[in-house]
Write a protein that binds this ligand. Structure first.
Ligand code: CA
Length: 447
């Protein structure tokens, strides 16, 4: 077992019961302290943020800067040697995780080990130094969080077969629900990186062009069918060169860590614009991410088998083992008249038909290069049961089965003032490895 994931590890700080940010988690984020306004890298632990820039200044953590390169013909050892080159520049006193992500898997592991030891007390230099604690530990409630990564490109997959079945059934009927290509390749589209916002940012309802079936001509105005999509995303850490596809057996080496993603979607705009080239303005107005990046190392103990794949994928897409993850997911809705959020969906990431290794192998199979900081989202995570669907479109089945809220309100789609909160965690033996909130409130459309 990786010692940083040992269920018996205990932190000397007092952590709330069931905190998503246990000592087994140690997710990375970019925070802004209230007193100096300089964004930098920290680790969430319970109700605190541990300032890695401060620890780095004092020599308690270090990572190796420099570009991690990938050559599919290198052996594992020489690849890791390239990543392990020495250097001296700061990687944590930065407004994004990119410099740390470029340092490669060895540095990620070494940093995780250093932080774990400082927080368990095995390395006593933080526990025994009150002045350092004063300088390096912040209350999480007092800091502002940024989008943790400078995101170059954003790709959104469509990897839940149940979601594809549900949407296909609504659009084309149950016989033609699944397109013939679905079980042969992971479907995706290229999204918009510039409109990705951190959790807590309000999202404005988009105006757009829509056309009802019964109308002769389209109209322009506020979307009436605003929706969310519950997704899990991962960030590419180690890039690949253009023309050098990532081989599926080594795909996991490229993954830095995971966040929750809300792919806000205007269904009425989508319905009118999506043929023949897919989503455009229905999606590009906003995408929300949770601010803490849970490393692949932290969720590795929760790997599990995904659904059986039939037919067997082509050789370049055959998964090198069980690469699904057991992540409990939920969506809560809060309305202006209902201040206490209620859960409207509960599902699990393990249901995804295509896993991250298959997504990376397919994405790069034609030679496409992925860069450090690219965000790859899963697509809406929907389970088999109606209560486990990851969008309002499916939960209220295209408006035909409105969701009933405890205060008597109903929802077919989102209304102005509604807040969508997504949460997710892996349940360990006595601890959780979780994501914190991915939330956003809907504002009225611009006039
Ligand atoms: Ca999506």
């Amino acid at each position: 077992m990786n010692p940083t994931s040992d269920p018996n590890l205990k932190c000397w700080l007092k952590l709330p019961k069931d905190t998503p940010f246990s000592i087994q988690n140690l997710p990375y984020g970019v925070f802004v302290p209230p007193d100096d306004g300089n964004p930098r890298v920290g680790v969430a632990i319970g109700d605190y943020v541990l300032d890695l820039a401060e620890l780095e200044r004092r020599g308690l953590v270090s990572a190796t800067p420099g570009a991690a390169k990938y050559n599919p013909n290198e052996t594992q050892d020489s690849f890791l040697n390239v990543l392990n080159r020495a250097g001296s520049n700061t990687v944590f006193d930065k407004p994004s995780l990119n410099a740390f992500m470029r340092s490669g898997p060895v540095a990620w592991h070494q940093t995780r080990v250093s932080v774990s030891k400082l927080l368990s007390g095995e390395d006593p230099r933080l526990q025994m130094n009150e002045e350092l604690q004063e300088a390096a530990l912040r209350n999480r409630a007092d800091v502002a969080m940024r989008v943790p990564v400078e995101i170059g490109d954003y790709t959104d997959f469509y990897s839940s077969k149940q979601h594809a079945m549900n949407v296909g059934t609504m659009l084309r009927g149950p016989e033609n629900a699944l397109m013939p290509n679905y079980t042969h390749l992971p479907i995706a589209y290229h999204g918009r990186a510039g409109s990705i916002v951190p959790s807590g940012t309000a999202v404005r309802r988009p105006n757009g062009q829509t056309k009802k079936d019964e109308d002769a001509a389209p109209a322009f105005g506020p979307s009436k069918n605003l929706d969310f999509e519950l997704e899990v995303g991962f960030f590419v850490g180690t890039p690949n060169l253009q023309g050098q596809p990532i081989q599926i057996k080594r795909a996991a080496e490229h993954v830095f860590g995971f966040v929750l993603v809300n792919d806000w979607s205007a269904r009425d705009i989508q319905k009118w614009e999506y043929q023949p080239l897919g989503p455009f303005n229905a999606k590009n107005f906003a995408t929300t991410v949770s601010p803490w990046v849970v490393s692949l190392e932290a969720i590795a103990p929760f790997r599990c088998a995904g659904p059986a794949q039939d037919p067997e994928p082509l050789p370049y897409l055959r998964s090198p083992g069980p690469w699904a993850f057991n992540i409990e997911l939920e969506v809560l809705l809060q309305t202006q008249d209902m201040p206490e959020p209620v859960r409207i969906s509960q599902t699990n990431y393990r249901h995804m038909y295509w896993n991250m290794c298959q997504q990376l192998a397919h994405h790069t199979s034609g030679g496409c290069n992925l860069r450090t900081g690219d965000l790859i989202a899963s697509g809406t995570v929907s389970g088999d049961a109606p209560g486990s669907y990851g969008s309002l479109l499916e939960l209220a089945w295209k408006g035909t089965k409105p969701i009933k809220l405890p205060n008597g309100q109903e929802r077919k789609f989102l209304e102005d003032g509604d807040t969508v909160i997504m949460r997710g965690y892996c349940q360990g033996d006595g601890f959780r490895v979780g994501f914190g909130d991915c939330s956003g409130t809907v504002l009225p459309a611009p006039i």
